[in-house]
Structure formats: C-alpha cells, structure tokens
Design a protein around this ligand. Sequence first.
Ligand code: IZC
Ligand code: ZN
Length: 422
Amino acid sequence: MRRLLIHHIGQLLTMRGYGEGPLRGSQMANPERIYDAAVLIENGIVRNIGSSVELLAAAEPGVELVDAAGALVTPGLVDAHTHLVHGGSREHELAKKIAGVTYLQILQEGGGILSTVEKTRAATADELYVQARRSLHRMLAFGVTTVEAKSGYGLDWETERKQLEVARRLAEEEPQRIVSTFLGAHAVPREYRENVDAYVDEVIEMIDYVVRDDLADFCDVFCETGVFTIEQSRRILEHALAQGLGAKIHADEIDPLGGTRLAAELNAASADHLIAALDDDLARLAASSTIPVLLPGTSFYLGKPSARARDMIDKFGLPVAIASDYNPGSCPTENLQLIMTFAGHLMKLQPLEVITAVTRNAACAIGLGDVAGVIDIGRPADLVVWAADNPEYLIYHYGVNLAHEVYIHGRVAARDGVVLWD
Ligand code: IZC
Ligand code: ZN
C-alpha cells in the first residue's frame, strides 16, 4: 500500500459540503476552506483530511511525507467543454478575423469549422491521437485532471467515429479522466447545404451507432443562426435522451435563438455559452437541473461581450461552471488558468467563485459530480498544489502556469509544467 501525506497546506479548498450537486448562487463564493491542512492518500484515494499538526502527529511509519510549504491546494481542474480531437489548425483565418470578418461569415464562406472538417477527415487516427495527446498534456501541466472532449469535425459517421475512438484511446492511455460527447450537429456539411433536415436525419442515425458502440456519454448541438435551428436541435437532443445519452447544447452564443430555454425544458446536463441568453430563459434554467457552462476565452477571442455570470449567480442563483472551449477556431488555448483570469476580470467573478466554477460545478456539468472536482474521503486524489498560497493569486498573476504539482490518483502527473506520466 502506498501512503502519502501532503501536509503544511496553507489553504485547502476541498469544495465539499452543501449536499449533492453543484454549488449555486452565493454558495459559490463560500466553498469549504481549511487553513494549515493535510490530506492523507492511500493507494490513490483520499483517506483523511484535517489539520496538518494532527495528521502529522498521527502519521504511521512508512507514510511518505510531502511538505506543501504553505501552498494553496485545490481539486484538480475540470475542463467541461473542449473540442479536443481535431486535425490541423486555423491560423490562416487570423488575418481575416483581425480585419473584422466574423466567425459566422467565415463559416458561411466554407471556412471555420468546415476547414477543420476537411483536415480531420484527411487525418489518420494516429495523427489525431498525437495532436490531441499533445493538447491533453498541455492541459495537464496547467492543472486539468478531467476533460470533456467533443467530436464534430467529421460530419460523417466514418470520421465522427474516428474522433470518438481517438478520445476513447486517450481515456485508456492517458492520465486524465475523459468524458466523450458526440457533436455530429456541429455544422452543416457542404453536401447537405440545400437540405439541412436530411443531415439532421443522418445525425439521428449516427446517435444510434454512438450508443450501440458505447462511444459517448453526451450528445451536443451547435444551435445558432445558419447552423441548427431550435426545432432541429430539439429533434436531435430528444432522440439522444431517449437513447440514454445526456444532452448538451451550444446555446445563445451569438444570437438569442432560445437554446437556453430548450436546455431547461429538456433538463439538459448543460447549456453552454449563453452570452445572448434572455432573462426569462435564465429564470427557466434556474428552475431546471441544467448547468450553465460559460466560456469567457471565446468571448475574448471573438471580441464579444462575456456571458452575464454576475446576474446568473446573484439574480438567478445559478450554479455557474467555466470551461476553456479549447478549439482551433474561437479559442485556441489549452490554458484553463488563463480562462480563469478572464472569468475574474471579464465576467467579474470573485476568485473563489472561479475556482468553484472550474472544479465542482464543472464536474457536475459532465456527469462526474461524485468523482471529480471535490477533495473528499473515498474519492480519487486528484488535486493541484499551486505555486501560490491563496486563491486570489491564481486570478491575479496571469498568463503563466502556476500549477506546481498536479496529482492524479495520488500520483504526481505533472510538476512545474513538465508531464511526468509515461
Ligand atoms: O472549430 O470553430 N464554436 N464550435 C462552435 C466551435 C466554436 C469550434 C470551431
Ligand atoms: Zn464549443
């Protein structure tokens, strides 16, 4: 048995308490915080949490001691919205974008997502694996121990399956926990431009294959002007739910089509983006079990306003989660710490709210509320020892990597930016 005692933790944010599920409204700024704490880990599982002095005094011979030297410790970060597996990149569109051509215009011209679709179709599974693995390791170095990964760059079964199989292989071979989402309804393929409903039929058929081959836990739709309508999104998600998948939706990002309302009505696992969501729809969301997943890095990269996170928390008591949206078009970064800084400065979340949003609430948004995002007895020891001694510092000192040691299942998976998992 391997026993490890991380002691002399300056501040330990366990994120425990308040019953089950995510932290809502004012709970988000008040997660459990223990000063001068220690965590005892046995065979990768948290066995005890308490005061550093007491746990050190009770330590049995043979326990490996790790001195956290007064550092802040949080649960491993959870990135609840990424487009991890894809071919190529899109820097060739940057000049256009900077000159003012919008995201949807680029997509309408056959670029954007459709450009990544071409590269993903052309790539071998091994090529996709190598590229995604590199991204996953970057995420790990930044403290991310659990990742949601969407397909959506195939728009045909052969390539969607290839992406989902790559995600499954990553889940088996890489240290992080990976949750897969089928996003066949990410864009309308060129072949179906004149007959979008026929493509929707195809997506519905693909859902059956996804379930048959157990390739994903969730189904997602990009519900947006020029992409999929509310009615088409509803058809797809209702079928997915009936087949046992969880529902997610890219909702009200650019235009307020009502995706937020649809998510609430379906009790989707999450509604993501919500920049243009209307008050009425946020109220409906608050009455549902759907978690708003906000993506401030995308707002930054598209030059858009941020989602109204303050209203969501203060007026509607919602359990806000924050994610990177890592993708080759609207948020090409694996650095969730940078996104946390955006959540603070652009969305006006307080540091403890931000940490809640990328740990417990993010885990709940991907159906892992009982495994990830919380440090508690009996759970896997996924945690980060920060090169910081308080939560404020994580939001304040930005654009650098402050993750000192990243533990997954009680093992150091990355230290000071270097991945140690082999
Ligand atoms: O590749 O552009 N928003 N989908 C919806 C994306 C961004 C990913 C992309
Ligand atoms: Zn997305």
